[in-house]
Design a protein around this ligand. Structure first.
Ligand code: K7E
Ligand code: CUA
Length: 663
């Protein structure tokens, strides 16, 4: 009886839905909000236990991190620490991860991350690695999509404000970095007023090792002292080229909001990196001294190493004739985007309120015809009409970034008019527009920076949130909005909060990643110098005033769990191995008085923290992750005696010394 009633009720409900929805949809009026909201809810609903269809990696911006979400649910799965210390993961706190945050300026505890980009094979995202740039202390990081951990960070010398970064070419040959602030190159003491003509803009091409993903600076172009804002690789027919927007071609050094907006046109710099590669093979460029960090994580040693590199290959544009051109583009463009065919290069003219669309085919012809309009510091400026495919006039206010679908459409964000505009690239016709809440920056279509966008969803990342969520004091979360773009009209499905400020994101189908993610670290492959493979190997060794504890953890105890002989003034190293070999069984460890309050250790991994006891007494440590029914029993004690005491080192588990035969 109950079920019959229920199904009648549902039937009535769905009838109301159809009736109320149909007429208003035709009119496109606002009154159908409730009905549409119901429809949208269905489209983003991922039932308990079900998986999302896509991963989305959203930049953390000023948090220096990278956040992993599911689409279409908008659920947050993980925050991957990259350029910032993260207490949740102990990243930048454990002894093993501290080297990851070393730079030429010393240890930098947090950064400003901007543009994630997934590695590609044959023009499609391949789900091997994701890269992200740091803006403030110029760096690029590579994150493994097996472990979802940062594996490598390379610093970019001679650069300042690493913004047009970290975009990947279509076979992950290179990843680029550019300088947003031109600076003396190399750095030196000089008057700021002498900037013009004397500052330079470093544009850096970093080679990616195809097997391991390791990054190494191949060459650095010493470009004129403009500001380089954003970039994208050519693809398909324009593979081999890279495009960068520039602003401040005025080379102003003060009150930039006025002085860097004088020229009617700035440029897109087109760089033929394949040609430069050839020049380099033939000996072009000159090795210059430089100081930059290269930090690499070793998954078997469970440890990062930090090295300082000492030189970089620098190329002056005059050394590579025919490889670099400037394309005049409407005033102070921000985004620089290339469509999936590689034919259209789009400058998003944030001040001009227009989109400049250049044609790659025309550009090549213009180069052949030498259709130049003078030069800038020796770099030929191509004639605007000779390269321009067209202008999309006044599609909105403040165009910032563009992504693409596979059907010839572009989607551009408009910061000032707070909307996403869909337009056909070939026809230069606006097809649809949708309000966003509010002031959108980047947008992301999974695979949107590739030849093969996966064009069901679009995520708009908004800068201003105001009233969209429950207020949380003066600082509110920033907001992303999910659209369904599979139909003619964009449909807003979902708002979800983000961490930090999501400058750009990268997305990929879940199947590309989910079946190959790592579940555990194999104990047999653990080569950490203080790893223990079983409890019998656990021990405590004194070396002068250093005490090294090789400790193990397994459900539900530490070995050893009673330690004596530690003295005030000692430096105690806890090298802790999680002996578990099951998925999702981490243990944590926390020691009262330690500056590193807590470590979470994955199965098979060894991690280290230090403790300098200041007071005599008997001090407990405990497991911080609720690992079993006896989690609360997972604890131990350390006796701390006064400086100069002669209590010998001893360590036991249930009264026995680990590894010694019981009598
Ligand atoms: Cu437009 Cu850093 Cu890509 Cu932010 S940047 S929006
Ligand atoms: Cu181990 Cu809780």
């Amino acid at each position: 009886m109950k079920t019959i009633f229920k199904s009648i009720f549902l039937f009535v409900l769905s009838t109301i839905f159809v009736v109320s929805c149909a007429p208003s949809e035709k009119k496109g009026s606002k009154s159908n909000k409730g009905a549409l909201a119901g429809n949208a809810a269905e489209k983003v609903y991922v039932a308990p236990g079900e998986h999302d269809s896509h991963y989305a990696f959203l930049s953390g911006g000023f948090s220096g991190q990278l956040a992993v979400y599911g689409l279409p649910s908008g659920r947050l799965f993980k925050v991957i620490p990259v350029f910032s210390q993260d207490p949740e993961k102990a990243y930048g706190y454990s002894e093993e991860t501290k080297p990851m945050l070393m730079t030429s300026h010393g240890f930098v505890p947090w950064g400003d991350s901007h543009h994630p980009d997934i590695s590609q094979t044959k023009g499609s995202v391949d789900g091997r690695w994701i890269f992200i740039n740091e803006n403030n202390t110029p760096r690029i990081a590579r994150i493994s999509l097996e472990t979802f951990e940062t594996e490598e960070i390379i610093e970019i010398p001679n650069s300042a404000g690493n913004h047009p970064s970290s975009y990947v070419t279509e076979n992950s040959e290179y990843i680029v970095a550019g300088t947003r602030f031109s600076v003396p190159f190399p750095q030196r003491d000089m008057s700021i007023n002498d900037m013009k003509g004397n500052f330079k803009g470093a544009m850096t091409f970093i080679k990616i090792d195809p097997d391991h993903g390791h990054m190494d600076i191949a060459f650095q172009l010493r470009m004129p002292g403009f500001s380089y804002d954003l970039s994208h690789p050519g693809r398909g027919k324009s593979h081999g080229w890279f495009f960068f927007t520039t602003y401040n071609t005025e080379e102003a050094n003060s009150l930039m909001e006025v002085n860097a907006s004088q020229n009617d046109k700035d440029f897109i710099a087109a760089i033929n990196w394949k040609k430069i590669e050839e020049y380099v093979k033939n000996g072009a460029g000159k090795k210059m001294p430089a100081k930059y960090a290269h930090n690499v994580w070793d998954d078997n040693k469970h440890t990062a190493t930090h090295t300082m590199k000492k030189e970089v290959l620098v190329i002056d544009p005059k050394d590579v004739p025919g490889a670099i051109y400037f394309l005049p583009t409407a005033k102070s463009p921000h985004g620089c985007d290339v469509d999936p065919t590689g034919e259209y290069i789009i400058g998003n003219g944030k001040l001009a309120a227009q989109m400049t669309i250049h044609s790659f085919t025309k550009m090549i012809k213009a180069i052949e015809d030498k259709a130049f309009d003078g030069d800038a510091y020796g770099i030929p400026i191509l004639k605007f009409d000779a390269v321009n495919y067209g202008i999309l006039p006044n599609p909105g206010l403040g165009p910032l970034h563009t992504e693409f679908d596979t059907r010839g459409n572009a989607y551009t964000t408009f910061f000032i008019s707070s909307e996403v505009v869909k337009w056909n690239v070939k026809d230069l016709k606006v097809l649809d527009r949708h309000k966003v809440y509010y002031s959108v920056g980047h947008l992301m279509i999974p695979g949107g920076n590739s030849r093969t966008p996966d064009d069901k969803y679009l995520v708009a990342m908004n800068k201003i949130t105001k009233d969209r969520y429950l207020p949380t004091g003066p600082e509110v979360c920033q907001s992303a909005q999910l659209f369904d773009i599979s139909g003619e009209k964009m449909e807003l499905l979902l708002d979800f909060p983000t961490i930090g400020e999501p400058h750009y994101a990268a997305g990929i189908a879940a199947e590309m990643i989910k079946n190959k993610t790592k579940k555990i670290y194999k104990l047999t492959e653990n080569t950490h110098p203080y790893a223990v493979k079983n409890e019998a190997e656990t021990k405590v060794v004194r070396k002068g005033n250093e005490v090294h504890i090789s400790m193990s953890m397994i459900r539900s105890h530490f070995s050893p769990d009673n330690i004596e002989g530690v003295k005030v003034g000692d430096k105690v190293f806890f090298h802790v191995t999680n002996l578990e070999q099951d998925y999702d069984v981490p243990h944590g460890i926390s020691m009262i008085g330690a500056n590193t309050s807590e470590l979470l250790i994955m199965p098979g991994r060894t991690t280290t923290f230090t403790w300098e006891p200041k007071e005599v007494g008997v001090w407990p440590f405990y497991c911080t992750d609720f690992c079993s029914a006896l989690h609360q029993e997972m604890q131990g004690y350390i006796r701390v005696s006064p400086k100069g005491s002669n209590v010998p080192i001893s360590f036991t588990l249930d009264g026995d010394i680990p590894g010694e035969e019981e009598e």
